[in-house]
Design a protein around this ligand. Structure first.
Ligand code: NAD
Length: 356
């Protein structure tokens, strides 16, 4: 059966980078990988067409799809809209609609780009970490929450950090499954010395580990994890953590690589349906100029093949093509340094298609 992929180009550089990812996927399609692509608007593009950032037309296509490939949303022309109509709301709405609870953020630094990092090249060259962040629970969603005046007449703000056993089990399974596809090392990040919620998290992760005897499980307090990511990031393979710790650690890890145009991401639901998108935004400053780096989006398409379609060979092939093009010295403006060959967004696509 054909893999049914919803394609949401979005705003700003979205259409330019998605076009290059589609060219790469078309190579595989021509060779016999059965895929269909259905385009739909999201974000500002959808607001312009349908008056809503996640219109029914798009909902319908995304619900029927096996996976969703997204460019980026947002732009200054939408910043004055009522909040529920802003492009970013479309993003929140689609994540909720598809029940995407597992956020996968790889931090990969190709050796050729080691100078782009603010850390010493020997600390980060060849870095390859996957951070698995729980996306729909934790203190961000726990009830009760709010602001109030307490019985002593003092104003206070409060939130509830809470995880249920099924929530921890399902994200632990995602992380262990990913570790099995990679280096078979998983580090669970918690603050079990202070927070009962995360002591409970740790207990459940240890229990799930019994189903994965091949995976080496370790545990680390979040404050130490934040330090270790800077001190010696290559000690990590897969990290799994809750929503708030993951929010912070995944951004920290992404900056180890120093190049936002290279960072892919995925968000999965229980049936491995996923939304795949670059970690960066719609870059309005360079939109329409054929300057954007399409690699984050192309690597997101590779993640789609690996995590939603279990096609490791096709995913690796795309990643190897990217490596080859970087090794040959081709760079878009954001990762350019002297002595390399500067190319446009579409020329980078040409090179990656040729390297396939
Ligand atoms: P941004 O990531 O769009 O841009 C930050 C800087 O990085 C800019 O200088 C941009 O030119 C550069 N950049 C980003 N992606 C690049 C690429 N592929 N190639 C080369 N350079 C790249 O973040 P921002 O400027 O804070 O936000 C711009 C818009 O994007 C806003 O409307 C914001 O709300 C939206 N946004 C969307 C998403 C998303 O769709 N997931 C994420 C973040 C921001």
């Amino acid at each position: 059966m054909a893999l049914n992929i919803a394609v949401l180009p979005g705003d700003g550089i979205g259409p330019e980078i998605i076009a290059q990812a589609l060219r790469v996927l078309e190579v595989l399609k021509k060779e016999g990988l059965d895929m269909t692509f259905t385009e739909a608007p999201l974000g500002g593009q959808a607001y312009d067409q349908y008056g809503h950032p996640y219109p029914e037309f798009t909902q319908d296509i995304c619900r029927k799809a096996d996976a969703v490939l997204l460019g980026a949303v947002g732009g200054p022309q939408y910043d004055t809209l009522d909040r529920p109509l802003r492009p970013e709301r479309g993003l929140l709405a689609i994540r909720k609609d598809l029940g995407l609870f597992a956020n996968l953020r790889p931090a990969v630094l190709f050796p050729e780009l080691a100078n782009a990092s603010t850390l010493k090249p020997e600390v980060v060259a060849g870095l390859d970490i996957m951070i698995v962040r729980e996306l729909t629970g934790d203190v961000y969603f726990g009830q009760p929450r709010g602001m109030r005046t307490n019985e002593q007449g003092v104003r206070e703000g409060f939130n509830t950090m809470i995880y249920s056993e099924p929530e921890v089990r399902r994200i632990a399974h995602v992380a262990f499954d990913i570790a099995m596809k990679r280096g078979k090392k998983l580090c669970s990040v918690d603050k079990a010395n202070v927070l009962e919620t995360t002591e409970f998290w740790k207990e459940i992760v240890i229990d799930v580990a019994k189903e994965y005897p091949e995976v080496e499980l370790s545990h680390m307090y979040v404050d130490n994890a934040a330090m270790q990511l800077i001190r010696n990031p290559k000690q990590f393979d897969v990290m799994v953590t809750g929503n708030i710790f993951g929010d912070i650690l995944s951004d920290e890890a992404s900056m180890l690589t120093g190049s936002i145009g290279m960072l892919a991401s995925a968000s999965l639901n229980e049936s491995k349906k996923g939304l795949y998108e670059p970690s960066h935004g719609s870059a309005p400053d360079i939109a329409g100029k054929n300057l954007a780096n399409p690699i984050a989006t192309i690597l997101s398409a590779a993640m789609m093949l690996r995590y939603s379609f279990d096609n490791e060979a096709a995913a690796t092939r795309i990643e190897n093509a990217v490596k080859k093009v970087l090794a040959a010295g081709y760079r878009t403006g954001d990762i350019y340094e002297e002595g390399t060959k500067k190319v446009s967004c579409s020329e980078m696509g040409d090179q990656i298609v040729a390297a396939m």
